[in-house]
Design a protein around this ligand. Sequence first.
Ligand SMILES: [Zn+2]
Length: 432
Amino acid sequence: MARRPCFFSFLRLCPLILFARFSVINGDPNLTPPSFAPINHDLYHTSGALMEEIEALVDRHPDKLSMETVKSRNKGYTAEITVVTYGRKRKESDDRSKFRILLSFGQHGRELITTELAFRILSILSEEQFLPKMDQAMLNSTFEELVIKVVPVENMNGRKLVEAGDLCERRNGRGVDLNRNWSVDWGKKEQDYDPYEENPGTAPFSEPEAQLMRKLSLSFQPHIWVNVHSGMEALFMPYDHKNTTPDGLLSHRMRSMLEELNHLHCEDRCMVGSGGGSVGYLAHGTATDYMFDIVGVPMAFTFEIYGDGTASSKDCFKMFNPIDVTNFNRVLNSWSAAFISMFNMGAHQLDELHPKASLSKLDKLVSTDDYLNGYLMERSSRYGKKMEMLELGMQEIRTYFRLFLLSSVLLMFMFCSRISKSSRPIVSTLSL
Ligand SMILES: [Zn+2]
């Protein structure tokens, strides 16, 4: 059976895991716990060291790189996301005329290899590392047309849980899958739904990480979005929530680009097609479906950069990350080359691709929480920092809104019961 990509849920299938955990907890002396691969610290940075390295890289290349950290809080849960922006001779005002690319890594805590790839790509963009066979002069002219925003670790809280020993954790710091928390087809559960893997949260955008990414995508309006994961080798395009690809020219363009990348950099091994259709399982409320359908990103992708199909499903570090230096380097080399190729292909399509946010769809948000988040964030991006205070007070405003709704219902109830009392004698008079 085909391995599920990480944005689906391979652990759903495994009552065996629960059995194994139960047995270990109960100390069955006959059951020798199998040894699972630990994080290989000779190859992998800790999240703290990685962020320090990235900060130092940005400091060394102020002409090409800049970074900012954004923070959001919800019900006592705080999340922070660092965004690194690449752009040569860049002024903020130039962003509208350039080709814009938004990349997210580390949305799932256990997929450490993805954040290593983010660091490698930033090192190449800053010209501290080079790819073999790369024509630097050609790339220099291409890269002047690009602005690339990189989120190296979207799910820092989940990543810290993994580093603390929970190697199978993919969700955020309070147990929500950040790739199920978006509003397109949110909350729909397949028959084998497992909350340990795919908990979508209490509402679309209930999670601060998803709110921050949504806000970033709406303000940046990228031409290309890539959500980078591991668990298998695949190049996915929309849709994740249904087993079809979109109609039309954009769909054709996306598929052509993915097929070319597969041929050039994945030795035609990678699965190419819609996330939902390629492996036969559907994922609801994913970031890529939202980017395509709502933000209007013309090329919205999910890349799965590595998976060990032979690993036991409990051996999560091994399943999602290369554990030896040869594979580690192979993955980083081939996928950083794939990304550079994609930047190059993208820059040549600047005049043909136009991001177009579907504002009518933005209004069709499915919950009060989401509506208010969306409304306030829209205003925030429109009026800039002056409106940041609104966001800080969002939680309170939601509470007041709920109280207002509740009191309105109570008033209506009291009003109706008074009318029915006062009208009773009239009815009885008439009936007499
Ligand atoms: Zn994943």
